[in-house]
Structure formats: C-alpha cells, structure tokens
Design a protein around this ligand. Structure first.
Ligand code: NAP
Length: 455
C-alpha cells in the first residue's frame, strides 16, 4: 500500500506518498511521548499557536480548496467554506479551551470538606480520519487536544494525503512543535501497532461503521479510550404544517452538499401525506436542475463523487433497492463523465428492503410517506444508526416533542443538521459514541482527576 491521491475528475494520480517505515513510526511515537512528558508550552502559548493556525486556514482558503478538489472532488466553493470552518473550530478552542479546563470545586461529607476536579492531559491520541471533510474532521480532534496538551498522531484517509500534508505544513508554520502533531502515512497494520502502544491513551476514529468497529475493538483490547464518529442514515421529518419552501430548500441542501457524502446529510425524508406531493415536486425540481462537472468550474453545482469505487457502490445500492421493490421517483445515477452522479429519489421502500437499513454515501434520497407523527418517529428510529436528524414544522413545540423521541445525538428544527463548533456533535447506536466540538469535545481525552482535601 502507498498513499495515492487520484483526482476524481481525471482518474489520474495527482500525488503519491510512500508509507511510513516502522522506524519512522517508532521515532514519531518517541517524539510525541517526549513532548507529552515535557509539556514545553503553556496553554496560553498553545492558544496563540492555534490562533495562527486558524489564520492560515482563513488566509489560504483557496489553496486548501484546490487541494481538496483534486484529492476528493469537493466543489472549490465548498472547499473554501470548509477551510474557513476549520479556522472557526480552531479559534473556538483557542478562545474557550482554557475556560473549559478550569478546575471545578466539589464538596463532600457531612462538614462540606473540599475537593477539586482538575483536567489533566492523558497521552498521545491516535486520530484516524476520513476523506469527506479532509480538513475539519482532523481539526475537530487536533484543536482541542493541542490546547489541552495531548499530542496527536494523524492517520488520514490515503486518498486525501495531499490535504493531510497541507494541515501539517500549516501546523509547523503556526509554531506547533513536531511532537504535538504528526501526520504519518500509516499502513493499517501500523495503526494497530500505534493503538497498542501504552503511550497512546486515546483513539479518535471518524469513518465507516465496520472500520470503527474494528479499531474500537483494538482499542478495547488495550484498554485505550476511544471515540467513534461513524456513519448515519439521518431522518428528516416534514410535518404537515411545515413551511414547505424552507423544508424543500433545506432538505435539498442537506442531501446534496458535498455531493451527498456527508455523515449528517438528510438521507431519509419522512413526510406527512398531506404535503408529500408538494415536497416531492419541489425536491425533483432541485434534483434534476443540478449541473455535474469539474469541481473547479464555478458553473458546477454538484461535484463528482470522491472515487470510482464510491460511485460504483452507490449505483449498486440503488439497483439493489429497486430489485427489492423500491421505485425510482427521480432516476439519476452515474453520468458517464468521471465519477459524476445525478441525484436520485427512491420511494416505496418496504421495511425488509436492505436500503432501509443502509447508509447511501452520495446524492441518493429515500422517501417515506406517513399518516401520523408517531409513524414518522417509528420509521426515523428504525435503522441501526443514530447520528443526527431534522424536523420541519411551523409549531416549534410540536417539532421539539417529535425531536425528543428521535434516537440520535442531534436534531435540528427547521434547518438541516450540520456541525457547529459551540455545539456537541456525535451519535448513538451504530453511529458511534463520544462527542466532538463544544466543551464536551475537549473533555473526551482528559483525565478528570479529583484532588481531595481532608477538610
Ligand atoms: P473508512 O473507509 O472507514 O475510512 C476511515 C479512515 O479509516 C481512513 O483514514 C482509512 O484509511 C482508515 N482505515 C480503514 N480501514 C482501516 C484499518 N483496517 N485499519 C486502520 N485504519 C483503517 O471511511 P471513509 O470512506 O473514509 O469515510 C466515509 C464514512 O465516514 C461514512 O460512513 C461517513 O458517514 C463517515 N463519517 C462520519 C462522520 C461523523 O462525524 N460521524 C463524519 C464524516 C464521515 P485508508 O484510506 O488508508 O483506508
């Protein structure tokens, strides 16, 4: 294996990097361990580095966007947006990290004796990240842990190795010491070896369910704490009193952004019968108007999928769904040019259709028409996933009541779900465990240590 970046538009190799050698892995672990033991910088100094790091993502957004376009096909404009989003997450932890880690007083016993909860870093964090948001996924783990004093070793998806190299360059320019953050082209066996190293105290995985399962298993065997941000098949519930223009617009944006390759995309639209025709007509209008093409071309509205493999898998899932009785209400599919895929809307999906249980990682939506809010919630919860979801209704109390019954880590009301630095992000069930972003994100790999006074 070597890290080969294939440009989805041309199908040609864009960059390649050799795998790390075992000696390089050993050296990297030793450097990170030394950094951890010595803690050469204060939190204040690290916050200053993070602010510089953020500024680089803002100043050089075009460079980051172009690299993402050639690594995984992201629209140039979306790549610029992702670069600014990476800056925002970084700045958030630079500005708030210290406050989140402020020791917390406790009292105990009949005489209210004193104790204090302190947050100490624990050790090296192995971060395994996916290609779909090649900057923000890394920053969600790196920024809080850098501020907290945990060194991070990154194994990025091999297909976005060019993006990973840019992140490392930016970290160095911002003054982050080598031991604090290292990007390594690790083989899968080397990832297992790093997880098993006792100096590694945390594993953060974002990726697919099978990979999460496998890596969390390795972490478990080594008693290493893990967080898992895995796949989703998010439900978007459109109730009969929803503002339909908003519901249609937000639904389409949610399903199509990043060419549908987003963990928290709305993937299953569960719509009250009273408004189903209007919803389908609106979604169809937007789906069929998409212009698939070069991500660097401003006329393109829907970029190609990140890989030929992803395109083939998605087409296969659609075929399989139809063979099991689904109807293609909007029949999109592979465009014939590069890895393009026109949006598709599937209906008539019976509970025993495998499609009802799978994640479709691309611009394919599912429609379920329901006669009550109870039925909507039942279908929403009838998947192994539990990442995010959305509810559209003119009555926010009603929407909230429905949201409370959804088995997911996040529910958005009258807007599509997305990641926001101030808000916890993560899932339940097979979508994983643990939280990124917000105050919760910085706590995941801290030692919450209680220091107890005798009185
Ligand atoms: P993936 O195939 O699971 O890969 C994720 C990462 O794991 C990559 O770095 C990959 O590296 C690595 N990996 C794969 N097999 C491994 C092994 N045996 N040992 C060590 N590392 C291994 O997922 P993906 O296709 O990149 O990403 C798409 C998935 O991520 C979707 O399911 C999506 O929903 C999910 N996702 C979830 C979130 C969230 O926050 N919940 C966010 C974004 C994406 P290689 O490239 O070397 O295989």
């Amino acid at each position: 294996m070597s890290y080969r970046v294939i440009d989805p538009m041309t199908g040609a190799e864009y960059r390649s990097y050799p795998d790390a050698t075992d000696a390089e892995v050993d050296q990297a672990l030793a450097t990170s361990a030394k950094y951890f033991e010595e803690q050469p910088t204060t939190r204040y100094e690290r916050a200053q580095h993070l602010l510089k790091f953020a500024q680089i993502f803002d100043d050089e957004a075009d460079k980051f966007a172009e690299e993402a376009a050639h690594n995984m096909g992201k629209l140039f404009k979306e790549g610029q947006g992702e670069s600014h989003a990476a800056a925002n997450i970084t700045r958030y932890y630079a500005n708030h990290g210290e406050a989140f880690l402020t020791p917390k007083p406790y009292v105990y016993g009949p005489n209210d004796a004193h104790a204090q909860l302190e947050y100490a870093p624990t050790g090296i964090i192995m971060s395994v990240e996916p290609w779909n948001f090649p900057y923000t996924q890394v920053i969600r783990v790196l920024a809080p842990n850098y501020l907290a004093g945990n060194p991070v070793i990154l194994k990025h998806a091999s297909s976005v190795a060019g993006c990973a190299a840019l992140i490392q360059d930016a970290a160095r320019k911002a003054g982050m010491p080598v031991g604090a953050f290292q990007n390594l082209c690790l083989t899968h066996d080397q990832v297992a070896r790093v997880i098993a190293d006792p100096r590694v105290q945390g594993l953060a995985v974002t990726g697919s369910e099978p990979v999460g399962r496998q890596l969390a298993g390795l972490a478990g065997q080594n008693l290493t704490k893990s967080t898992l941000e895995l796949g989703g098949s998010d439900a978007c519930l459109i109730l009969d009193d929803a503002d339909m223009d908003n519901a249609i617009k937000e639904s389409a944006i949610s399903r199509l952004r990043n060419s549908g390759q987003t963990c928290t995309s709305a993937k299953r639209f569960i719509v009250r019968r009273e408004v189903a025709d209007e919803f389908v007509a609106g979604l169809k209008r937007i789906f069929t108007a998409q212009v698939v093409g070069d991500p660097m071309d401003p006329k393109t509205t829907l970029a190609p999928l990140a890989s030929k493999r992803g395109q083939e898998k998605l087409a296969q899932q659609v075929d399989n769904a139809v063979q099991h009785g689904a109807t293609a209400i909007v029949a999109g599919g592979p465009t014939g040019e590069a890895t393009g895929f026109m949006p598709t809307l599937l209906g008539d999906i019976a509970p025993d259709n495998p499609a009802s249980q799978e994640e479709f990682f691309g611009p394919v939506a599912q429609l379920y028409v329901v006669d009550s809010d109870d039925e909507a919630v039942k279908i929403a919860n009838a998947t192994p996933f539990g990442l995010a979801g959305a509810v559209f209704s003119a009555d926010e109390d009603r929407a909230h009541r429905v949201a409370s019954r959804m088995a997911t880590g996040q529910v958005f009301i009258n807007k599509g779900s997305t990641g926001i630095p101030e808000l916890p992000f993560g899932g339940v069930k097979n979508s994983g465990y643990g939280r990124e972003m917000s105050d919760l994100g910085i706590m995941e790999f801290m030692n919450a240590k209680i220091v107890v006074y005798p009185k």
